[in-house]
Ligand binder design. Sequence first.
Ligand SMILES: Nc1ncnc2c1ncn2[C@@H]1O[C@H](COP(=O)(O)OP(=O)(O)OP(=O)(O)O)[C@@H](O)[C@H]1O
Ligand SMILES: [Mg+2]
Length: 277
Amino acid sequence: MVEGTSAPIKIAARGVERHFGADPGTAVHALGPFDLDVAEGEFVCVVGPSGCGKSTFLRIVAGLLRPSKGDIELYAEASSETPVAMVFQDYSIYPWKTVERNVSFGLELRGVSKKEAVERGRHWLERLGLADFAKAYPDTLSGGMRQRVSIARALTVEPEILLMDEPFAALDAQLRQVLQDELLDIWQSEARRTVVFITHSLEEAIVLGDRVVVMSARPGTLVQSVDVPFARPRTPELRARAEFNDFKNELWQLLKGEVEHYMEAVRATGATDGGAR
Ligand SMILES: Nc1ncnc2c1ncn2[C@@H]1O[C@H](COP(=O)(O)OP(=O)(O)OP(=O)(O)O)[C@@H](O)[C@H]1O
Ligand SMILES: [Mg+2]
């Protein structure tokens, strides 16, 4: 169980570290030791300075990268077709496939027939306002629509754990808010999956998350994990409440020192990833 909840643990990270490179002159200690438990059905947002190892951690959770030290356990159902799906910042959709086939492709890879996969994807196309674009190719779509395709694709495989790495970072401020609100509504109304969501935006983290995990400057460790004190279902109007701003300031106090460390490292080395080479 995760402290303060009665739900079973879905992700348990213990002392997870990642180093890149073996040469002492260029080796990078990118992450950790980092510990994190995520409960089933919990929406956890992770914030931390640039280069602190957030993406590295998410890639380790996704099984795309091995930890150099420590353990990571995912407690997925044995029957699960797709335990984990990931959404990246840069859309990562196939330009040569239509919207519909981009969305169905994940299921096709798992042996589901094209017809059934397209059928199962249709719901998410509709839910994300993409139904009229089913036969379009990604290069005819705006950034916001492309990111909707990525999200529809991730939801179509019905993952138990959804990993999102700054999915809205490339969008302008208004569009970003629209997509946040859509994701909030989808998650609260029909897809309460376990989510780990990385963002640089505290506002985004508070609107979406049950909990915000603040990481230190590289190598990222846990500074603090803070429960978001706003009841669900939440609505977008939450952003306008004074308590929202107060809480955002509270989180900023935790993060500020870490961002300053990062800035010092940038000034010292001139590298925008906090000195990693
Ligand atoms: N494949 C790699 N080889 C060498 N160094 C790497 C590699 N991947 C990441 N790093 C380094 O590890 C550190 C952590 O990178 P990571 O991308 O996880 O940070 P991040 O917290 O996601 O940063 P951002 O907020 O800018 O996305 C950085 O210093 C980065 O340069
Ligand atoms: Mg990153």
